[in-house]
Design a protein around this ligand. Structure first.
Ligand code: ARG
Length: 589
């Protein structure tokens, strides 16, 4: 296994060397190399540099060109000055094919590991116990899962944290109701275990809420039950555990359906930090980071004010002694940085919680628990209905995640059946799941994280356009070419860098060569949509190549081999890229 430097990296180095040779005072300057339509690459760095050196950019560019060695065994075929002082650079066909062959020889497609891997804790999914998961949890789960896979692929140590909402005053009501109606959780539900669990919990939630709202004495008993829970009363805790377990059954059914990596071990919820909270509050108070205000323990910020210009505090402990959401998040930071040794903390949470995280991070920083630049809230936008409003059912209720996934799989089923009506039902069902779940994930991941998007199943399972199905078909089609080749005894043994490349081959080859850089950027910015964009462009380049360049019927056996190399590498790159997004690529579709 060895990593393969991208041609862009090699060219960039050659340019930097030439720059240093032409003008020693320019050593270390960035040539600003980009892919370009006019040549293979364009470097724009001479403009800013000339300004800095107070010289003419075209003259500077001309000097750099003179200092570059073209030909020989280097990758640069041609450099020319254009416009106000850009450099247009063309690489040799030989360099392209040789690079592709080196990638194909490597399991990781030549993609390097991160040079400085560390430990990253990713806080994602985070559903609430005894409640349905909704589309907000879908986004967090899908984005978090992709980031886990992407960072692990770079050799980063990743700790998954599913910060489930498993603590709070709402449990007083649920547990008290269970005590008074011991058969409640035996209420029959759906047929699947997960479905049955959530339907029992929904029933419990509604029934207890109704009594809570109408019966003042029950309300008082529920309130006392909260205290019993907080002081660790055994019977109360046992019932709490029962509710949590029931919920996990449901969460796991959703995770299973979604095909994400989360397991029970990753579910370290709010309750996990209970025993840390009293000490944490004491330390914050003693250090003066938090102060008492009307009995509550608060942290104030100069730049956080309410509508009436009064400061809005972060409440660490309520006046009644109870701890809430903020205290738990502070304890989690201490654990993640101090005990787990994380250098990076990522929070995949709805944009509406931006202020919460801003205050929590600042508090932890003041307390000395969180070094600068470690914690990042990665906010995401909302999922909207076709009317552009928050996604709701016709009756105005939040959409149940399971229903939505089932519907996606069903729609995908009709697409699959239409394409291959002769398939046995079991196979249609399997592919429908791969296509339907992939479609939901891809639509989410291909939207830049902070933007809202419209949940439109028709578009998501469309065979045309920027969808996962389009990419899955591209992959399956390549597999079928490779299979047909094998049937005819045609396989690839070696590459032939000496053969000239057609324009569509060069374009595809240069794009394939950018895979590693793309993954690097995705990981640096935590932006999976850059990878979907890359993969979509890859499938498009492949389509053009396929239209213009016969593969198995190419002019010569050597050309067949070169084209098979392009096919094989495209397929492997698609498969690897999709798998880093958590999306399957069936061999046949
Ligand atoms: N359970 C919360 C909700 O559904 C999200 C938790 C986010 N993570 C965190 N560490 N606060 O809104």
């Amino acid at each position: 296994m060895s990593s393969v430097p991208a041609l862009a990296t090699v060219v960039d180095q050659r340019l930097a060397e030439a720059l240093g040779a032409a003008r020693p005072e320019a050593a270390g300057a960035d040539p600003l190399l980009r892919r370009s339509d006019r040549a293979d690459f364009q470097a724009n760095g001479m403009l800013a540099l000339a300004k800095r050196l107070k010289s003419n950019p075209r003259e500077l560019a001309t000097e750099v060109v003179a200092a570059i060695t073209t030909g020989g065994d280097g990758p640069i075929k041609d450099v020319e000055v254009s416009g106000p002082g850009f450099l247009n650079i063309t690489v040799t066909d030989e360099a392209i094919t040789a690079n592709l062959a080196a990638r194909a020889a490597d399991d990781r497609l030549g993609v390097p590991y991160a040079t400085d891997p560390g430990t990253t804790v990713i806080d994602y999914s985070q559903p609430n116990v005894a409640k349905e998961m909704h589309v907000g949890h879908l986004r967090s789960t899908v984005i978090g899962d992709a980031l886990v896979r992407l960072l692990e692929h770079r050799g980063e140590k990743v700790v998954r944290r599913n910060h489930i909402g498993d603590w709070g005053t709402q449990f007083g009501m649920l547990i008290q109701y269970l005590i008074e109606h011991p058969d409640e959780l035996d209420h029959p539900g759906g047929t699947e275990a997960g479905e049955a669990a959530i339907s029992r919990l929904n029933h419990l939630y509604r029934a207890s809420r109704a009594v809570f709202d109408s019966d003042a004495e029950f309300k008082e008993r529920a309130r006392r039950r909260v205290s019993a829970l907080q002081t660790g009363d055994a019977q109360t805790l046992a019932l709490w555990q029962r509710i949590v377990d029931e919920s996990k059954l449901y969460f796991n059914a959703v995770y299973d359906r979604l095909d994400v990596l989360l397991t029970d071990e990753d579910a370290v919820g709010e309750s996990a930090y209970n025993s840390d909270l009293p000490t944490l509050a004491r330390e914050l108070e003693e250090s003066g980071v938090a102060v008492r205000s009307d009995g509550a323990l608060c942290v104030f910020f100069d730049d956080v004010k309410g509508p009436d210009d009064r400061p809005v505090p972060l409440i660490v402990q309520k006046a009644d002694g109870g701890f809430g959401y903020a205290a738990t998040d502070l304890a989690a930071i201490r654990d993640r940085v101090g005990v787990l040794g994380a250098e990076t903390l990522l929070y995949i949470v709805d944009a509406r919680q931006a202020l919460h995280f801003k205050m929590v991070f600042e508090t932890a920083r003041r307390a000395g628990w969180l070094p600068d630049g470690v914690a990042h809230h990665l906010p995401f936008g909302s999922v909207l209905g076709k009317d552009g409003k928050p996604f709701k059912t016709r009756a105005g209720e939040t959409v149940r995640l399971m229903d939505l996934l089932d519907e996606a799989v069903e729609r995908a089923g009709s697409v699959v059946r239409e394409k291959a009506p002769e398939l046995p039902e079991a196979e249609i069902a399997e592919r429908a799941t791969q296509v339907g779940i992939g479609a939901v994930k891809y639509a989410d991941l291909s939207t830049s994280r902070s933007r809202d998007y419209i949940f439109d199943l028709d578009r998501m399972v469309s065979l045309n356009g920027d969808t996962s199905v389009y990419l899955q078909y591209a992959y399956a089609r390549i597999q079928s070419i490779l299979r047909r080749g094998r049937e005819q005894g045609i396989t690839r043994a070696v590459a032939h860098p000496e053969l000239p490349l057609a324009p569509a081959e060069r374009a595809l080859g240069l794009h394939l060569d950018e895979f590693g850089q793309t993954l690097d950027e995705v990981a640096r910015h935590y932006e999976p949509h850059r990878l979907t964009g890359y993969l979509y462009a890859l499938a498009s380049h492949y389509a053009t190549f396929y239209e213009n360049c016969p593969v198995l019927k190419a002019e010569s056996p050597a050309m067949v081999e070169n084209r098979l190399l392009l096919c094989e590498l495209t397929a492997r790159t698609l498969r690897q890229g999709m798998s880093l997004l958590g999306i399957e690529t069936p061999e046949r579709l």
